[in-house]
Design a protein around this ligand. Structure first.
Ligand SMILES: Nc1ncnc2c1ncn2[C@@H]1O[C@H](COP(=O)(O)OP(=O)(O)OP(=O)(O)O)[C@@H](O)[C@H]1O
Ligand SMILES: [Mg+2]
Length: 386
């Protein structure tokens, strides 16, 4: 087991800056997910941790000791790739055994014919067989050990790749989009398996994905990355409820958070397209804002003055909930998620009012994207008088 420290790591490919002084401390036994859109630098960071890529500046440490000078094979990390990278001509058992053979046998012993003649090869190979069996049993693939990779389903191949990472009992598992080759249903199932595996092994996992749902469901903490910067590092619910930046708010959560353009008013409240919202935002009057409200925090009522009014464009029935798609002002991508029982009377084309609790409003600077402190106008008044 091991804690991983990433300190001021920078990386460019030619003129393209990929990582801007990334700092991240991953605790021993943690399941840390790096999540962000395609091209933001997740795989590059993981490959630097593994030693497969060299950073331009900064340092990687395990349990406080820098590992920058260690070769990948000496770092005691195991990586599972998106492609699984299984050897097609080897059986499942042989694929899983590869890292052990690489480590325990000398070059001569690894040769199939010569190896058998070497005096110590027999006991080493019995140890390896035992370890492969143990791992296969743990991953429920013991019955597949004699097959070749092409005779396996996608999920089974994925488990073999995990098995190959497990046999060496690494300090840290590095996983780069290990589920992205699987169909949607299997992907959801394998999430649970990987989370279970993490719980059983208790080893540090660093997991890379561009799928926010994967990040939200498996991790102890997630690191949201964009354009080579870590925008927020926090437990999933914290990132969802308290995003530090509008880009985080928009990336995490499905359906996406609703964003309404607004302005900080001179009287210490918020003007949202002519509708006053009794919130006091920490911004100078006239500042352009983005107001974020999660779909499940938006409710629908009759139209009226002092409300954001919209029109229903489409209703999606998810069973327990309805996703009501609305046009409001120039924005036709607004979504309210309401319990089916309370929303079933609504019709496409209907004019409705949007209502929400002030506590559920997230305010951001339209300019920088940074989260702004917002208090209800009454709280703000009480605070001034206190
Ligand atoms: N060897 C390389 N040479 C040049 N550019 C590279 C190299 N590897 C990655 N890049 C560039 O660096 C950026 C980050 O790539 P990276 O693979 O880390 O992204 P990612 O976040 O893993 O994306 P994805 O979700 O698509 O896998 C991209 O713009 C990519 O084109
Ligand atoms: Mg990648």
């Amino acid at each position: 087991m091991a804690a991983v420290g990433i300190h001021a790591v920078r990386k460019s490919f030619g003129d393209v800056r990929v990582l801007n002084a990334v700092d991240l401390d991953i605790e021993d036994g943690e399941f840390m997910t790096l999540v962000g859109p395609s091209g933001c630098g997740k795989s590059t960071l993981l490959r630097i941790i593994a030693g497969l890529e060299i950073q331009d500046a900064g340092s990687i440490a395990i349990d406080g000791a820098a590992i920058d000078d260690l070769r990948p094979s000496d770092r005691n990390l195991a990586m599972v790739f998106q492609s699984y990278a299984l050897y097609p001509h080897l059986t499942v058992a042989q694929n899983i055994a590869v890292p052990l053979k690489m480590r325990s046998m000398n070059a001569l012993e690894r040769l199939p014919l010569v190896g058998r003649l070497s005096p110590s090869a027999g006991s080493k190979s019995a140890d390896i067989d035992r370890r492969v069996q143990q791992v296969a049993k743990q991953l429920d693939i013991a019955h597949l050990l004699d097959r070749k990779p092409k005779q396996l389903s996608g999920g089974q191949r994925q488990r073999v790749a995990v098995g190959r990472a497990m046999v060496r009992q690494p300090n840290v598992f590095l996983m780069d989009e290990p589920l992205s080759n699987l169909d949607a249903k299997l992907r959801v199932h394998m999430r649970t398996e990987i989370a279970d595996l993490h719980r059983t092994l208790g080893t540090t996992f660093i997991y890379v994905t561009h799928d926010q749902a994967e990040a939200m469901t498996m991790s102890t903490r997630i690191a949201v990355m964009m354009e080579g910067d870590l925008l927020q590092v926090a437990p999933p619910d914290e990132v969802y409820d308290n995003p530090s930046d509008v880009r985080v708010a928009e990336f995490i959560g499905s359906p996406k958070i609703n964003i309404f353009p607004a302005t900080a008013d001179a009287d210490g409240t918020v003007d949202c397209q002519g509708v006053p919202i009794s919130l006091s935002v920490d911004a100078t009057p006239g500042t352009a804002l983005k107001i974020g409200i999660r779909p499940e925090k938006l409710a629908i009522t009759g139209t009226g003055p002092g409300r954001l009014n919209g029109e229903i464009r489409h209703i999606e029935n998810l069973g327990p909930d309805l996703l009501i798609h609305l046009r409001q002002g120039a924005n036709d991508g607004i979504i309210a998620r309401v319990p089916t029982a309370s929303g079933h009377g609504h019709r496409v084309g209907e004019k409705v009012g949007l209502v929400f609790g002030l506590d559920d409003v997230l305010a951001f600077s339209a300019d920088s994207g940074a989260r702004l402190t917002a208090r209800t106008a009454r709280d703000a008044r009480e605070q001034r008088h206190a």
